[in-house]
Design a protein around this ligand. Structure first.
Ligand SMILES: [Zn+2]
Length: 78
């Protein structure tokens, strides 16, 4: 089966993200959730199954010197 596979990875400075109106952020979240409902796992049930029904957001501290906070510490499924 041929899929349209969407990968989006956006690292937005938190100050910029926080300045986005809540209604706009909610509209984006709702659109992502609607697309997730249409998505399927590739090769579901097989050894080579891929988790292709996921979208997450987290506070990323990779750019901070001396960071000890893991991405998974703040990871939330959208
Ligand atoms: Zn991260």
């Amino acid at each position: 089966m041929i899929m349209k596979r969407i990968n989006i990875q956006l690292a937005i400075p938190v100050e910029v993200f926080d300045s986005i109106p809540a209604t706009r952020k909610k509209a984006f979240r709702d659109a992502v959730r609607a697309m997730k409902k249409l998505a399927v796992k590739i090769n579901e049930g097989l050894d080579n199954e891929e988790m292709t029904v996921t979208a997450t957001i987290h506070d990323c501290h990779h750019g901070e010197i001396g960071n000890t906070i893991s991405c998974n510490d703040t990871l939330v499924e959208i």
